[in-house]
Design a protein around this ligand. Structure first.
Ligand SMILES: [Mn+2]
Length: 324
C-alpha cells in the first residue's frame, strides 16, 4: 500500500513506538455494544496494519480491558450522573495505563469504548507530558457533540456527554469515588481545546462554550470555509509547538459513512473530511495520543463493518498514513 511515514515527531523520543490500550467500556451511556469495538477494530486488521504497513513497534497487552474488578456493584445516581463510580473507577485505571505508555515515550492509541473514557486517556497524557516535557497538551476533540455538559447541565445524566467538563475543571468533583482522583496535573486548559465537527450541542453547552471562549468549528464553519481552512485555523490556534491529543468520536462522521454509533447525527463529516483531519494533525508532528471512540458494531448489521472500516482509516491517517 503505502510506505512508512517519514515524519519525525516533535514530542516523542522515537518515531515508531506505539502503545495500544483496548477499552471495552460502555458505562458512560446506555446502549450496550460499544465495548465490542476494540475487538472489531483489531479483527479488521488495525494493529497488523500499524505494524506491517506503518512499521510501528507496538506495545499491546493483548487484552480488551473491561475493568470489571474496579466496577462497584452498587452505583446509584449521584448529582444526576448515571454510573458515576463505575466511570470514575474505569477512567482512573485507564488514566494510569495511558500515563505509563506516555511516560515511556510511546504514542498512545486508545480504542474505546464510549467517550467517557477520554477522562482517563487525556488525564493520563496531560500528566505524563507535564512530567516528561514540562508542557501542557492541547486537545482536538472531533465530534458531533461537545461532551462538555456538567452533571447539573446534562439532560440525560450519561457521563459520555461530560468528559470535557471534568477534564477542564468546569465540572467540580467533590467526592473521592466520583472523579475526586482528578488533580490539577490531569487537567487541560479551555484555551488549549479545539472542537471540530459539532452539530448537536445542547443549549447549556453552547453557553459553556461561549462563556469560556472555547474554540469550536461546527459543521457550519466547515461548510463555509471548507475543511482545509478549518484545519489551518484549528492548528493555528494551537500553535506549532504544543503536544496534541486527538480525541476522535466516530459520530463526527456523517451516518452515511459511520452509521453504527450510539448517537448518530445527520449532516456530518464525509469520510475524506474525517481522514483529512487526522492527516493534518499527523503532519504537524505534534500528535502524541489518539482516542477512537463510540464505534458500536452491534447497532447496525450492514453498517457495522463500514463503521469499523472508517475507524481503522482514521487511526491509520492519524498515525502517518498518506494517500501517496
Ligand atoms: Mn463524543
Amino acid at each position: 500500500m503505502t510506505s512508512a511515514p517519514t515524519l519525525q515527531p516533535k514530542f516523542l523520543p522515537t518515531r515508531n513506538q506505539l502503545g495500544v490500550v483496548a477499552v471495552g467500556f460502555s458505562g458512560g451511556q446506555c446502549k450496550p455494544g460499544v465495548d465490542a469495538a476494540p475487538m472489531a477494530l483489531i479483527e479488521a486488521g488495525l494493529i497488523d496494519q500499524l505494524k506491517e504497513e506503518l512499521e510501528f513497534n507496538v506495545t499491546y497487552d493483548g487484552q480488551v480491558h473491561a475493568y470489571t474488578e474496579a466496577i462497584p456493584t452498587e452505583d446509584p445516581d449521584y448529582r444526576n450522573m448515571k454510573k458515576p463510580r463505575a466511570v470514575s473507577a474505569v477512567t482512573n485505571a485507564l488514566s494510569q495505563q495511558v500515563y505509563e505508555h506516555s511516560m515511556a515515550g510511546r504514542f498512545v492509541l486508545t480504542l474505546g469504548g464510549d467517550h467517557s473514557i477520554a477522562i482517563g486517556t487525556i488525564s493520563g497524557t496531560a500528566k505524563a507530558t507535564r512530567e516528561r516535557l514540562g508542557r501542557d497538551i492541547a486537545v482536538i476533540w472531533v465530534d458531533a457533540h461537545a461532551d462538555i455538559n456538567t452533571p447539573e447541565s446534562s439532560g440525560s445524566g450519561n457521563i459520555h456527554g461530560m468528559p470535557v467538563a471534568f477534564l477542564t475543571g468546569l465540572a467540580k468533583e467533590d467526592k473521592e469515588d466520583t472523579f475526586g482522583w482528578l488533580r490539577d496535573e490531569h487537567r487541560i486548559s479551555v484555551k488549549k481545546l479545539v472542537y471540530i465537527g459539532l452539530r448537536d450541542v445542547d443549549r447549556g453547552e453552547k453557553k459553556i462554550l461561549r462563556d469560556n471562549g472555547i474554540k469550536a468549528f461546527s459543521m457550519h464553519d466547515i461548510d463555509r470555509y471548507g475543511i482545509g481552512k478549518v484545519m489551518d485555523q484549528a492548528l493555528g490556534w494551537i500553535g506549532s509547538d504544543t503536544p496534541i491529543h486527538l480525541s476522535f468520536d466516530i459520530d463526527a462522521l456523517d451516518p452515511q459513512w459511520a452509521p453504527s454509533t450510539g448517537t448518530a447525527v445527520r449532516g456530518g463529516l464525509t469520510l475524506r473530511e474525517g481522514d483529512f483531519i487526522a492527516e493534518c494533525v499527523a503532519e504537524t508532528g505534534s500528535l502524541i495520543a489518539l482516542d477512537l471512540v463510540e464505534v458500536n458494531p452491534s447497532l447496525e448489521t450492514e453498517g457495522a463493518s463500514e463503521t469499523v472500516r472508517a475507524g481503522c482509516s482514521i487511526v491509520r491517517c492519524a498515525l502517518g498514513d498518506t494517500l501517496l
